[in-house]
Design a protein around this ligand. Structure first.
Ligand code: URP
Ligand code: ZN
Ligand code: ZN
Length: 467
């Protein structure tokens, strides 16, 4: 039997338009939109009615950059797929794209199987995978095509982290050539890892051991240099490129230059680079460890360039790079040596609210909020129009968002499995009230009503911004 759900009275906001409309859902899909209260005349009936008067009705967020349970820095990211996707739902995100990891000496297929094992039956909302390539060789290059056919259509390569995920320029070029042939999208973590390692060694030798030195050695110029390099390698390979977690204005300038030249180069930034700065890394005692991530936080002056990039579409996406480590016992691994602090920050629950705050503050428009957080990530990673919009045929991943209620971000109230909030005490205007995932309520009037295993694996198509 078909279940019909009616969302009535709200302002439907998509990347394309804002309409005062009611939304009719049949089972897991949106079937129709119509002017308020006009559905009855068209014969609409509903088993469940959700009142969205004075609320926004928006597509569920698509966060294309998370690391649940990621092994890193001698420990594991503290959110499992179960806790992390539950927190995502609380924050109005209904799809995550996480990174499966190829271990050194292992195949891509083994890495993917391991991530399926971690996620299967655990997720509160839908999920998909990118693949981190940490061992580019003849075999793994051949495997890329097979992964694309299995719906893993993007591959992350690192110019950072020598000895861990690092690939040299030749390996990156080969992976890009293979991606160009199959339609896959190469994602690049662009920082000059070998040069950073020299600066780390020199800083430690000078006795510079506090978290703030993490930001100082990972110089903006070394992000810009690596960004330039991966752009030119992708140009040589004839492959599209997506630069992850851009934080430095100099790196963004490289992206802008490439885009002005007409190259298929895309980039994301993350809320931590828009709302936090090196001032946080320099907080007293060891507090700065909470903000250690790579690329690092930058001086606040960089933020204006990032906001501008988001407005001008030189930056297309805001993801979270959610990679939480508890302060107690995990970040503390780097007490007395900043280079041993596990890299990563929590945020999957906060992204939609922080970006709505950016609307309130006048940085972006409401439609741009939905574009950078829902529609474009879905298009970029082959999930649109199933995800990222509200339209007939789309999955009924829908958030009823109260734009007027203020709340305070805090570890005492968040749902991520991490003992601190990077935004502790920050007041934001706007709040997720109800969340549907494929027509099923996972958050209802600010209470969790979902369950582990509701979230389904999403094989993806290829990036919709390239031929
Ligand atoms: O610090 C970060 N970003 N940790 C997660 C791994 C990565 O490089 O994205
Ligand atoms: Zn990265
Ligand atoms: Zn990441």
């Amino acid at each position: 039997m078909t279940t019909r759900t009616l969302i009535r009275g709200g302002l439907v906001v998509t990347a394309a338009e804002e309409t005062h409309a009611d939304v009719l859902i049949e089972d897991s899909r949106v079937v129709a939109l119509a002017a308020h209260d006009s559905g009855a005349a068209a014969g609409w009936t509903a088993d469940v009615t959700i009142d969205a008067t004075d609320r926004y009705v928006i597509p569920g967020g698509v966060d294309p950059h998370t690391h649940m349970e990621m092994p890193f820095g001698g420990t594991y990211a503290s959110d499992t797929f179960e806790t992390g996707t539950r927190a995502a739902a609380w924050g109005g995100t209904t799809t995550i794209v996480d990174f499966a990891i190829q271990s050194k000496g292992r195949s891509l297929g083994e890495g993917l199987d391991a991530w399926h094992e971690k996620a299967n039956g655990k997720c509160a909302v839908d999920y998909a995978f990118h693949m981190i390539m940490s061992d580019v060789n003849e075999y793994s290059l051949r495997e890329m095509d097979r992964l694309v056919s299995a719906g893993v259509t993007s591959f992350k390569l690192f110019t950072a982290y020598p000895g861990v995920f690092y690939s040299d320029d030749g390996q990156i070029l080969r992976a890009m050539q293979s991606a160009a042939a199959s339609g896959a999208l190469v994602m690049a973590h662009a920082e000059n890892g070998p040069a950073i390692d020299v600066l780390v060694e020199q800083a430690l030798a000078r006795g510079e051991r506090d978290p703030r030195y993490h930001g100082e050695v990972r110089r903006a110029l070394l992000e810009a240099e690596a960004t330039h390099r991966v752009i030119r390698l992708s140009q040589v390979a004839g492959a599209p490129l997506y630069v992850v977690h851009v934080s430095a204005r100099e790196a963004l300038a490289e992206v802008v230059r490439a885009r002005d030249e007409g190259l298929p180069v895309f980039a994301e930034t993350c809320p931590q680079y828009l709302f936090l700065s090196t001032d946080n890394l320099a907080e007293p005692g060891f507090e700065g460890a909470k903000y250690v991530c790579s690329t690092p936080l930058r001086p606040a002056e960089h933020q204006a360039a990032l906001w501008r990039g988001l407005r001008t579409n030189d930056l297309q996406v805001v993801s979270t790079d959610h990679c939480p480590f508890c302060f107690a016992g995990q970040k503390e691994l780097g007490l007395g040596d900043f280079s041993k602090i596990p890299n990563g920050m929590p945020g999957v629950e906060n992204r939609m609210d922080l970006l709505h705050q950016a609307v309130v503050d006048g940085h972006i428009t409401r439609r741009r909020w939905i574009e950078i957080a829902c529609a474009t990530p879905a298009r970029m990673f082959g999930l649109y129009p199933r995800k990222g919009t509200i339209a007939p045929g789309a999955d009924a991943d829908i958030v009823i968002y109260d734009p007027g209620t203020e709340h305070t971000l805090s570890a005492s109230t968040h749902h991520m499995n991490v003992d601190y909030s990077a935004y502790e005490g920050r007041r934001v205007t706007g709040r997720v009230e109800t969340v549907l995932s494929r027509g099923v309520a996972v958050i209802e009037n600010e209470a969790y009503v979902g369950h582990a295993g509701h979230g389904a694996y999403l094989p993806r198509g290829i990036c919709q911004y390239v031929n």
